[in-house]
Write a protein that binds this ligand. Sequence first.
Ligand code: WTA
Length: 653
Amino acid sequence: MSQEEPVYPVHTEIQEKASIKSLDQYREIYQRSIHEPDHFWAKYAARLEWFYPYTHVQQCDMKRAVFRWFSGGKLNASFNCIDRHLDKLGDKPAIIWEADEPGSGHTITYSELHEHVCRAANVLRQFDIKKGDRVILYLPMIPELAYMMLACARIGAIHSIVFAGFSADSVRDRILDCQAKMVITADEGLRGGKKIPLKSIVDSALRGVDCVKSVLIAQRTFAEIPLVPGRDHLLNQEMKRQRPECPAEWMDAEDPLFILYTSGSTGKPKGLLHTTGGYMTYVAATHHHVFDYRPGDVYFCAADIGWITGHSYIIYGPLANGATTVMFESTPLYPNPSRYWETIERLKVNIFYTAPTAIRALAREGESHVLKHDRSSLRVLGTVGEPINPEAWEWYYKVVGESRCALVDTWWQTETGGIMITPLPGVTDLKPGSATRPFFGIQPILMDENAKPITSQEATGHLCLARPWPGMARTIYGDHERYVQTYFAPYPGYYFTGDGCRRDKDGFYWITGRVDDVLNVSGHRLGTAEIEAAINGVFQVAESAVIGYPHDIKGQGIFAFVILNTEAEDLSQEDLVSAIREECRNRIGKLARPDKILIVPGLPKTRSGKIMRRILRKIAEGEYKNLGNLTTLADPDVVDFIIDAHKTMDRQT
Ligand code: WTA
């Protein structure tokens, strides 16, 4: 191990009972997983229950970007998450719903989950949802969201969950892209005491849309909502009418399980398609090893199911392993900054998984909120979504984890389906800020600027993956060519992650962040192109360029440089800024509102018209010198204007 960085060794108490108990054991299994992948993955697939055996473990071709895992095999994700546990775990809590008001939620056992999901599946059937149909779920973090996901899986419908913070326009785009037949929503969402009018957003989203035949509404707040006759139905009433049994459809391992939209560097969000057998195998295996999950543990992932983390590590992974999973409706700060720790004490949580942005926000509130709650049940802490800065890491490890818990910084993506680079609690000595080593079967490669793999141990480059793995997304729904171009064309024969990465002399991986035009704001992916398109929708705006800048809590903040039309002169700067923020909120969602907006006379462009974001990034960080070579700019003077504008802005804030 190197001398410069602190290293936190594995705790022997954790190691003794962990599923993988030493670095040597990890290395041996890792080698096998790389040299005999079929044998390795067959073992993990066998942990699921199959209705019918598969013919091949994998038929994959990285060059052609065609991937099939366990095809010919028949199984059902809902059955694997519920039915096969019923004999032994029927009375065990499957989901602990932690509602917005502390302690006001309830527990759902595996038997109860079975009943609810069967009724929900029968409701889907009643509304003519069939295998392969797409269903949009636009729901808050209430049990009905889990029921509807598992109900879709049960009958072979493809769910596409849209995070309940997205705007009507974003919902409409996704509905149209996947040609959804049904939307399931709630009257209102409730988060941190605030209501979100989900049903009315869906009503706006559906204006002019004709693919959606029915809308089901869960009642969270029992607000009065207008129902469109023939289209809208109350979910809970419909569920009550149905039988509590529904056989699970036999799905091929390669049948789609869900579509999840995520932002890319260009164009509209892309619908990543995940299939059944490989995805389930991968999330079950990673949930088991990465969190060192042990039967009887209470497992709490504080993410929202609207993102991939919630799909894989609130629902499918934990339930496939027969775990008790906490579903959290609230926010880390509601009703006060003790919320997580109070919940952990009350529910006796053993494993806790959250995002660096939440850790930074809570660290700022001080230790006292943590210390007043008993955290002795905790054994494993996890983070995901963005690079974690060493200060936040140390706070999480020492203050929350009392320096006795394992901390797993897990790197992965919507596209990867599950965790890819991560410590294992019984294996990995930790360095704050490093996601450490690859999971079994995963082979990271760093590429140099000539698109050649770097062979030296210490290296920095673009992170690629050299081998397929069962959890990978198979395509972008409706646009396979975009899938090929985005992930497999940049480095032929490899999957390109879009992230930059450093490998240190101990072989540890350090993710440095996106190298494409994707921002990571509070762990949420946003494309700069999407935000620019929204800003350019404001009448007074001629052009804009969006970049990310370092932000203490969010990791990255959104910085928009905006050029105005000549007609804009009579509008005050203040009104313009709020018009731009409002447009971003309407087009995408609250999370896309720029933190800083600077009106500039021009943008630094090359002679071919390409915006040089590198220069804007530096200026946004207050770095006015060392801007690199400006001679390729069409109009170098524009840089001085922008610097002056930025200086004035900085003085004002
Ligand atoms: C970033 C979230 C550093 C990364 C599961 C990736 C991380 C993007 C980490 C995917 C981590 C995720 N350390 N960066 N531990 N985890 N990222 O699709 O840039 O919402 O490409 O999936 O988040 O975001 P996504």
